[in-house]
Design a protein around this ligand. Structure first.
Ligand SMILES: Nc1ncnc2c1ncn2[C@@H]1O[C@H](COP(=O)(O)OP(=O)(O)OP(=O)(O)O)[C@@H](O)[C@H]1O
Ligand SMILES: C[C@H](N)[C@H](N)CCCCCC(=O)O
Ligand SMILES: [Mg+2]
Length: 208
């Protein structure tokens, strides 16, 4: 089985999609956002497609596309849909026949429910994926980052490390120190999110 990397965040809107594009570019990986909510905001898959330059990466279609800009279980409930998590897990084998790694992006953070019973963290375990955590610095982010790390440790889920998104801040050293997970890189704030930026940032990540 080629490598599966699940990109989670300490919350929503912390830069997982831009970071995923940089990881995809760095590893010449494929990309999959299995459950997309908030379709009117545009999809993460289209964003990643527009940001990568290498010709080999494949962005796979979502398993669920839900309109409400909400947690997947709530968006699904509004559309009278039940997300079939074992079905989504089974799909991954079908979409990963290549030798390229697969970067899988979640919606929001680890404790986001996918159904009334299943959280994102349960899904990660079923996928047998390694995790990269995207963090951003804001007042309260140490707590969100260390809660994220704690839950991953309790479940014994392999974690590759942290990628920090936005301007550098001393909070990062606290998060790295307390969690014990390594720093894989930083994606600085930019006025222009484009292919050139993603290519430049991809070269600076330490993912191997
Ligand atoms: N380094 C950056 N510089 C400038 N803008 C950024 C940067 N990182 C993220 N953004 C912007 O911040 C917003 C939120 O980021 P993003 O969509 O990557 O969050 P996310 O963690 O993927 O959220 P979701 O849980 O919805 O998937 C986007 O408009 C994105 O373009
Ligand atoms: C629509 C939005 N952009 C995200 N895709 C969904 C994030 C769900 C977060 C749920 C929560 O933690 O309250
Ligand atoms: Mg995203």
């Amino acid at each position: 089985m080629s490598q599966r990397i699940f990109v989670t965040g300490i919350g929503t809107g912390v830069g997982k999609t831009l970071t995923s594009a940089c990881i995809v570019e760095a590893l010449q990986a494929d990309y999959w956002k299995p459950i997309q909510t908030g379709l009117l905001e545009g999809t993460d898959t289209d964003t990643v497609k527009g940001l990568i330059s290498n010709p080999v990466s494949v962005c796979h279609p979502e398993a669920y596309r839900l309109e409400a800009p909400a947690s997947p279980h709530l968006a699904a409930r509004l559309e009278h849909v039940t997300i079939d998590v074992p079905g989504v897990v089974a799909q991954v084998a079908g979409i990963q026949p290549s030798a390229r790694p697969l970067v899988i992006e979640g919606a929001g953070g680890l404790m986001v429910p996918l159904t009334e019973q299943i959280f994102t963290i349960d899904f990660i375990q079923q996928l047998d994926a390694k995790v990269i955590i995207v963090a951003q610095n804001y007042l309260g982010s140490i707590n969100h980052a260390l809660l994220t790390a704690q839950v991953l440790k309790q479940r014994d889920i392999p974690v590759m490390g942290w990628i920090f998104s936005g301007a550098h801040h001393t909070n990062e050293d606290e998060v790295i120190g307390w969690s014990g997970y390594p720093l894989l890189g930083r994606i600085p704030h930019t006025a222009l999110v484009n292919r050139t930026f993603v290519k430049e940032q991809a070269e600076k990540l330490s993912l191997r």
